[in-house]
Design a protein around this ligand. Structure first.
Ligand code: PRP
Length: 183
């Protein structure tokens, strides 16, 4: 589904499908070059990262491996408490691996901050982060993200994996959700 199909539910389109695909191709070329001759493990963080992982991984020219993790943040009130629970752990032993964490969005940064520390303790050889979207104004902790697609304003965005109450993940573009949908 495209933004135009549900324009009554969106206020602004921030990034179109075409812009996403162009950016992922650019990032893939950088990653191919940076990891030339190395075995790379992509780790996707469910569920939001499914779309970016699928398109980014296929944009690479290198043969990589892929694994998934499901985590959930919980605690007082909202999700971004920094307390993270593993719902599905990796199947892969990270010891000696070059790991690239693939995320749809860095919001407060708390999820990634926890994941980076957790992965470091598992003996990975290197750990970097690729995020399609980043909200600089929402940052609560600084994340060293080597591959960033787009910096976006601190608004409620959906699409390309990002949901509101599990909806809109299959929107091909990234857009700001119209307030009347969640008000
Ligand atoms: C989103 C996103 C990141 C996290 C970023 O996942 O995919 O993992 O939030 O937020 P943070 O920077 O504030 O920690 P979410 O918890 O919404 O789960 P989902 O991917 O299953 O939708």
């Amino acid at each position: 589904m495209r933004a135009a199909d549900i324009s009554d539910q969106l206020s602004t389109v921030l990034v179109t499908e075409e812009e996403i695909q162009r950016k992922l191709a650019e990032l893939a070329a950088r990653v191919d070059a940076d990891y030339a001759g190395k075995d790379l493990l992509l780790v996707g963080v469910l569920k939001g990262a499914v779309m970016v992982m699928a398109d980014f991984a296929r944009s690479l020219q290198s043969d990589i491996t892929m694994d998934w993790m499901a985590v959930s943040s919980y605690g007082a009130g909202t999700k971004s408490s920094g307390v993270v629970q593993i719902r599905k752990d990796l199947d892969t032993d990270l010891h000696g691996k070059h790991v690239l964490i693939v995320e749809d969005i860095i919001d407060s940064g708390l999820t990634l901050s926890w994941l980076l520390e957790n992965f470091a303790s598992r003996g990975a050889e290197s750990i970097e982060v690729l995020a399609l979207l980043r909200k600089p104004e929402a940052a609560k902790v600084k994340i060293d993200c080597k591959y960033v697609g787009f910096d976006i304003p601190n608004e409620f965005v959906v699409g390309y994996g990002l949901d509101y109450a599990e909806r809109y993940r299959n929107l091909r573009d990234v857009a700001v959700l119209a307030p009347h949908v969640y008000a």
